[in-house]
Design a protein around this ligand. Structure first.
Ligand code: GRF
Length: 202
């Protein structure tokens, strides 16, 4: 049985698209459900075009609604891919170790409450660091603080704006996230990946 994956989104869903493209029928993981807190999230249409069930949460703060949907669909992994609301703590507790988030900077730096979207890349540029890149981490009760599973690095270039840096990091996200999901499917749970994006030996 493939690992059944739910993806939570709030926006365009390009990471969702990367997962849909990387997980054709017969893959060890499949996107079985897409949840959004916003009816206008473009990712909902991407999912539906792929024949994937896509739903707007009636109340994103309602843990029972989350648990009900995830359990009914027999979800083994929840991926937060541009989901901008807090997942209720009871859901985090019920799915501990089975929720991952993708963040567009090298955590533990440039994360935490309010650090999303352009602000992340502005902070990276203001700091003067020479590298950035996405992080996938386990979700716990604090924003962007759970165990880091995988990162990849891209250069920060002298003429970068938040938009050019965001675009470079986003491309790296699209490569990184499917690797984490496939490794989770093979291992039966999310596992850390090394710099080569292969699972670290057990
Ligand atoms: C990505 O940069 C991701 O790291 C962040 O939100 C953005 C979502 O982009 N959490 P998309 O909706 O997948 O295009």
């Amino acid at each position: 049985m493939p690992l059944r994956v739910a993806v939570a989104i709030s926006g365009g869903g390009s990471n969702l698209q990367a997962l849909l493209d990387a997980l054709p029928a017969g893959s060890p993981a499949e996107v079985a459900l897409v949840l959004s807190n916003k009816a206008t999230a473009g990712g909902l249409d991407r999912a539906r075009r792929h024949g994937v069930q896509a739903e707007v949460l009636r109340n994103p703060a309602d843990a029972d609604e989350w648990r009900g949907r995830l359990q009914a669909e027999r979800i083994g992994l929840l991926v937060l891919a541009g989901y901008l609301k807090l997942v209720p703590p009871q859901v985090v507790a019920a799915f501990r170790g089975r929720i991952v988030n993708i963040h567009p900077a090298l955590l533990p730096d440039f994360g935490g409450p309010g650090m999303y979207g352009e602000r992340v890349h502005q902070a990276v540029l203001a700091s003067g660091v020479r590298e950035s890149g996405p992080t996938v981490h386990l979700v716990d009760e604090e924003y962007d603080r759970g165990t880091i599973l995988a990162q990849s690095r891209v250069p920060v270039l002298p003429n970068d704006t938040p938009a050019t840096l965001a675009a470079r990091v986003l491309e790296a996200e699209h490569r990184l996230l499917p690797k984490v999901v496939l490794a989770a499917a093979r291992a039966g749970r999310p596992v850390p990946l090394g710099p080569d994006l292969e699972p670290l030996s057990a």
